[in-house]
Design a protein around this ligand. Structure first.
Ligand SMILES: Nc1ncnc2c1ncn2[C@@H]1O[C@H](COP(=O)(O)OP(=O)(O)OP(=O)(O)O)[C@@H](O)[C@H]1O
Ligand SMILES: [Mg+2]
Length: 340
């Protein structure tokens, strides 16, 4: 932490569609799947002995729960009070995990996809009343840029579950023109893989959660280095199936749209600086873990004279670490006060 002596615990929060993370100024970090469930009835209540379940625990017990994945396309789902309540539970869970309940006061930087800035800021603010004292809502790729000190002549591409968010950094706060959001991201890869499975292996049994696990274990683009084989029963009988080709097609579906937006944003930069930015493209978010993705995107820059695409060291915490870095540097007047 900085030298400032004050009563605050500072936290950076990355509120994500598939998982949310927090990094706190007391050195604690935590990540949780963005899933919430409330026991469905008296029986479930008796079995679970909890008011609410969050994260993997909610996923594992989902048959007993009113189960919610409250964020979609990077936004809190519209029109459902239960989804709002679920987001509140996730935020509370994260704050509790880093010991915020014991802190005198809490100041939070919350990173959201660029599009959510316009739509959901007000909702988020309301949810956080009573939980934090000071708030800053920033775009997720900007938080990553701040945390990795990539503030000048860089492009951050945050490949999450619900959205892929782009931000060009020109040494100042990014404006709307510097940012973009695409729906092509981890969830769309899952959907593709799911429909390819239905098409090619229609007799196999699987769920979207299994699809996601298979992807996280075997995702790649380009020439396969090894076969991707998974377990998917047929009529209840164990069955092993080779999904190498399907995995490749589903993952490669990202390259076109991501590259197109990257090139379009590059073309809008002052021509004198385009080369610098092209050589400083940084991927974050866990969909950036798809094997071969940085190289594949880099090769699409060849037609512009070449570039360099790298991946942040720690895609899980890059957003929340960046949020904390911003929180630690912010002046008193940068904070929005949230009254109880
Ligand atoms: N090794 C991996 N290979 C491919 N995809 C992965 C891997 N690990 C995680 N993912 C995918 O990354 C996505 C989650 O990434 P991340 O946590 O950055 O998203 P998020 O912040 O929850 O979503 P968003 O930013 O869109 O709101 C999921 O789709 C997940 O399946
Ligand atoms: Mg994210």
């Amino acid at each position: 932490m900085t030298a400032k002596k004050d009563p605050y615990l500072y936290v950076g929060i990355d509120l994500g569609t598939s998982q949310s993370s927090i990094t706190a100024s007391n050195g604690k970090r935590h990540v949780v799947k963005s899933l919430v469930g409330w026991p469905l009835d008296m029986v479930a209540q008796k079995v679970l002995k909890k008011r609410v379940l969050v994260g993997q625990e909610a996923l594992d017990n989902r048959t007993m729960l009113d189960f919610h994945r409250p964020l979609e396309n990077g936004l809190i789902k519209e029109g459902s009070d239960k989804d709002l309540a679920a987001v509140k539970e996730i935020l509370q869970h994260l704050l509790t995990e880093v010991g915020a309940d014991d802190a005198a006061k809490v100041r939070a930087v919350v990173g959201v996809p660029a599009e959510a800035m316009r739509v959901n800021k007000q909702q988020l603010r309301k949810l956080l009343i009573g939980m934090v004292d000071g708030l800053m809502i920033v775009s997720e790729p900007f938080a990553v840029a701040y945390g990795t000190d990539a503030l000048l002549h860089t492009m951050i591409i945050d490949l999450g579950a619900g959205t892929t968010d782009f931000c060009v950094m020109q040494g100042r706060y990014p404006t709307e023109e510097d940012q973009r959001t695409l729906a092509a991201a981890g969830d769309s890869v899952d959907e593709q893989l799911s429909s390819l499975m239905a098409e090619k292996h229609g007799d196999c049994q699987y769920t979207i959660h299994m699809i996601r696990q298979w992807k996280e274990a075997g995702s790649f683009v380009g020439e396969p280095k090894a076969k991707v084989e998974v377990e998917a029963p047929i009529n209840g009988k164990p069955n092993r199936v080779d999904i190498t080709a399907e995995m490749r097609t589903a993952c490669e579906s990202l390259i076109g749209p991501v590259s197109e937006t990257m090139i379009d944003l590059l073309a809008r930069i002052d021509p004198e600086f385009q080369g610098k930015v092209r050589n400083n493209v940084i991927l974050s978010g866990c969909t950036s873990l798809i094997e071969g993705l940085p190289e594949a995107l880099e090769s699409t820059l060849d037609e512009l004279g070449g570039g360099r695409v790298t991946r942040v060291k720690d895609p899980v915490y890059a957003g929340s670490d960046g949020g904390l870095a911003l929180a630690s540097d912010a002046a008193d007047e940068d904070w929005e006060q949230l009254a109880d």
